[in-house]
Design a protein around this ligand. Structure first.
Ligand code: G16
Length: 542
């Protein structure tokens, strides 16, 4: 590999000096005009990673997901479609913060040495981006990093984040018994549609579902899928709204999963009619939130990630019983500190399933979910999936059914394992999963809403002078720094009934987040505001 080639290419994609850059919750994420040099350097790290893993393809996704349109981001996807191994995040941070092109090249070769990477071997990177126009410049930087390091590069252009994860796994399993599917966008739609039809066999979906696509990449991609979906087979009636990707500035604006979850209300436009079933995706279609306006009470009701997790876990546990598999496989649920306390109680007490709590970030939840045969993981913000271990999939395929009911349950489990994205949370696949489960249970949204009652809660975004002052412990449920802040939060929480609150620095936005729940709506709001004030005071002002 040629040191000069790296230096010359780097000069075309210079880094903007300033604050140290950090690989956050979902890679590097910030204002798009700071990202060109960062993305080039992420390309260099990917060139090392693919070679370290014997030439398996590495995925790179350019997206800022739920963030405003002016932001962008870049993250690395490992060969099986999961997030970059955490140990390597440090190497990414090291490369990105190099002070000059020469230091960058030296650090690259030093890392190769340290990690025992054979630079003469071949490597491959595949890339995708969301609909943000800034993505075009960023993938060019990535492509140049690959060219400078003789790394094969395939640009899949505009994709949802879960599609890029799917393609990464497909490329690396092509022709193997573990083949994940056809390595193409069309292959993704085919796999989803066929699994959806199998999961729906003998059942019908009742009523329509309207999907708010946040004016992001999920809109055109869902429309592509719907071209091959035959509604006569399942009864699905999917209406797509907020799918305008030609006006970049309206991405995630007053719509989308993050808007619905944080504002706890439906997008103002178009407005859902009472009784209609709605859901929202986020800007890169990896989060999903359902909601409706209850026609009896006229109040807004949200089915967030916690509700989707409980729905999936209860359905899969029922299928296990019906298939005669009870006790043979371990099902568990993974949540974060943001999970509503009532959902955790419902899973542990009512569904009798174990719950594990991890820090925020799909990478943490995914990892913990792999410890179960069936791991259901969802963040309250709607990001999640259900992982089926290879053993579980084999058991569903091999077990001889003792009755038609057992056969049905085993076939549905197999179909779900194909329908649900095994690489990362996928809003389109999760939406089909929810539709399947509601149809199987014969449930409307009222039935789903009645499974348990959420504790009133509030999520607040707090801008501070330096969010990095805030460090957490105990799966982000407590602050270890700045000194004194947690004590003040604890004292405040004590004044409210059944209350809980925590604060943490966001890894995707330049802000802190405060979560509070309590016995009543006004107590939850009040507590969140009080804790936000504490955070502001300790965060050095905005
Ligand atoms: C990303 C991560 C999620 C995380 C979210 C917010 O989502 O993939 O796991 O929950 O950021 O993280 P934070 O609170 O640290 O800002 P997305 O949908 O924005 O890619």
């Amino acid at each position: 590999m040629d040191r000069n080639a790296i230096i010359e290419a780097s000069k075309k994609h210079d880094i903007v000096p300033g604050k140290p850059y950090k690989y956050g919750t979902a890679g590097f994420r910030m204002a798009a005009d700071l990202l060109e040099g960062v993305t080039f350097r992420v390309g260099l790290l990917s060139a090392l990673r693919t070679r370290k893993l014997g030439g398996q393809a590495i995925g790179v996704m350019v997206t800022a997901s739920h963030n405003p349109a002016k932001d962008n981001g870049v993250k690395i996807v490992d060969p099986m479609g999961d997030m970059l191994e955490q140990e390597w995040e440090v190497f990414a941070t090291d490369l990105v913060n190099c002070s000059s092109h020469e230091v960058l090249a030296d650090t690259f070769f030093k890392l190769a040495d340290q990690l025992k990477v054979d630079l003469s071997s071949s490597g491959k990177v595949i890339a995708g981006r969301d609909t943000r126009p800034s993505g075009i410049t960023l993938v060019q930087a990535l492509s140049d990093a690959c060219a400078a390091t003789n790394t094969a590069y395939v640009d899949y252009k505009i994709l949802t984040t879960p599609q890029l994860h799917y393609l990464t796994r497909c490329v690396n399993t092509e022709g193997l018994p573990s083949s994940y599917g056809e390595t193409s966008e069309a292959g993704y739609y085919k796999k989803l549609n066929s699994a959806f039809e199998r999961a729906m066999r003998g059942k019908r979906i009742s009523g329509s579902v309207t999907v708010d696509c946040a004016n992001g990449v999920g809109g055109p991609k869902l429309n592509e899928l719907l071209k091959i979906v035959d509604p006569s087979k399942t009864g699905i009636d999917c209406k797509v709204v907020n799918d305008d990707v030609l006006k970049p500035e309206i991405l995630n604006l007053d719509c989308g999963a993050d808007f619905v979850k944080t504002r706890q209300r439906a997008p103002p436009n178009p407005k859902p009619q009472p009784g209609d079933r709605w859901c929202s995706l986020d800007g890169d279609a990896d989060r999903l939130i359902y909601y409706w306006v209850d026609p009896d009470t006229s109040s807004f009701f949200m089915f967030d990630g916690d509700r989707i997790a409980t729905l999936a876990a209860s359905f899969i546990a029922d299928l296990f019983r019906a298939a005669g598999l009870e006790g043979e496989l371990r099902i568990g649920v993974v949540q974060t500190a943001y999970a509503n306390g009532a959902s955790t109680k419902y899973i542990e007490k009512h569904l009798q399933l174990p719950v594990v709590c991890t820090p925020t970030g799909v990478k943490h939840l995914h990892h913990a979910a792999c410890n179960f045969d069936i791991g259901v993981y969802f963040e309250a913000n709607g990001h999640g999936t259900v992982l089926f271990s290879p053993d579980a999939m084999q058991l569903f395929a091999k077990k001889a059914p003792q009755s038609p009911a057992q056969k049905d349950a085993l076939e549905t489990l197999q179909a779900l394992g194909e329908l649900i994205n095994q690489t990362v949370g996928d809003a389109i696949s999760d939406m089909l999963m929810v539709e399947v489960i509601l149809a199987h249970k014969g449930w409307g949204l009222k039935d789903w809403a009645m499974t348990y009652q959420d504790l009133p809660n509030r999520l607040v975004r707090v801008e501070v002078g330096d969010k990095d002052l805030f460090q957490t412990t105990d799966a982000e449920r407590k602050l270890s720094h700045p000194a004194g802040a947690q004590d003040e939060i604890d004292q405040t929480v004590k004044k409210y009934t059944n209350a809980r609150s925590f604060a943490r620095a966001s890894g995707t936005e330049n802000a802190c987040r405060v979560y509070a729940e309590a016995a009543t709506r006004s107590e939850a709001d009040d507590l969140a505001n009080k804790v936000a004030l504490i955070v502001k005071q300790y965060g050095g002002g905005a």
